[in-house]
Design a protein around this ligand. Structure first.
Ligand code: SAH
Length: 213
C-alpha cells in the first residue's frame, strides 16, 4: 500500500473538480484531499482512481463516483460525534469520508467478500468504524437506533420503513430511490410521526438487494 506526492496532487485536482460541480462543504473537500482512493480499488484501476467516476470493485459492485459520495455526505450534514448508519459499505470509501467528518459509523454490507475485505482494510488506513455488520440493510440496525443520520449507497426500489423509524427527531435519511434511475431523496424527521421529503435529481447506483432467506 503506497501513497505518493503524485497521488496527493491528483487528489487536490479531484477536490477542485468536485467543488466546481457545486460541493461547498469544506470537510467533504478536505476528506477528498486526504483519503487515498486508489487504495480502495483494484490495482488495475489505480491509474483512474482520481477521475470523478464510479469503478468496479469485487462481487459485481462499484465504488461510487466521488461527486456522488460528496453530494450524499453534504446532504447528511454530519457533525462531529454524530451516530451514522451506512447501508452498503462496499469499498469503504464513503465510510472513510464519514469518519473524516467525525462521525461514529455503523456500516452494513450484504456481500460477504466485500464485508470481509473492507473490515480488514479500513483499520489498516487508520479508519475505525464503530461497527461493521454483515447483513441486510433493509432492516437497518434496530439494536443501535436511533441515528442522527442514515445513508444508503445503493439504489432502493422503495424506502424501507425501518430506516425512517430508526432516525432521531431531526435526523436525516439520504437515499437514492428508484429502479433503473434513482432520485436522490432526503428525509428529515420532524416529529415522531412526520417526515419532510426533498428530492435532488437523478443518480445511478447498483441495486439495494433484499435478502431472500
Ligand atoms: N459506498 C460504497 C458503495 C458500494 S455499491 C462505495 O463507494 O464503495 C453499493 C453497496 O451496497 C454494494 O457493496 C452492495 O453489495 C451493497 N448492498 C446492496 N444491497 C444491500 C443490502 N440490502 N444491505 C447491505 N448492503 C447492500
Amino acid at each position: 500500500m503506497k501513497d505518493s506526492f503524485k497521488h496527493q496532487g491528483m487528489r487536490n485536482k479531484l477536490a477542485e473538480t468536485v467543488a466546481a460541480k457545486g460541493i461547498a462543504d469544506k470537510g467533504v473537500l478536505d476528506a477528498i484531499r486526504k483519503i487515498p482512493r486508489h487504495l480502495f480499488m483494484d490495482s488495475s484501476f489505480e491509474d483512474h482512481a482520481y477521475q470523478d467516476k464510479a469503478f468496479p470493485i469485487a462481487a459485481g459492485q462499484t465504488i461510487s463516483q466521488p461527486y456522488t459520495v460528496a453530494f450524499q455526505t453534504e446532504l447528511l450534514e454530519v457533525k462531529k460525534g454524530d451516530k451514522i448508519l451506512e447501508i452498503g459499505t462496499g469499498s469503504g470509501y464513503q465510510t472513510a469520508m464519514l469518519i473524516e467528518k467525525g462521525a461514529l459509523v455503523y456500516s452494513i454490507e450484504r456481500q460477504k467478500e466485500l464485508f470481509k475485505r473492507t473490515n480488514l482494510f479500513l483499520p489498516k488506513l487508520g479508519y475505525k468504524p464503530k461497527k461493521m455488520i454483515f447483513g441486510d440493510g433493509y432492516k437497518g440496525l434496530p439494536e443501535e437506533a436511533p441515528f442522527d443520520g442514515i445513508i444508503v449507497t445503493a439504489g432502493a426500489p422503495f424506502v424501507p420503513k425501518p430506516l425512517l423509524a430508526q432516525l432521531k427527531i431531526g435526523g436525516k435519511l439520504v437515499i437514492p430511490v428508484g429502479d433503473d434511475v434513482q432520485v436522490m431523496t432526503l428525509f428529515t424527521r420532524t416529529s415522531g410521526k412526520s417526515f419532510e421529503r426533498k428530492e435532488f435529481g437523478d443518480f445511478r447506483f447498483v441495486p439495494l438487494l433484499e435478502d431472500k432467506n
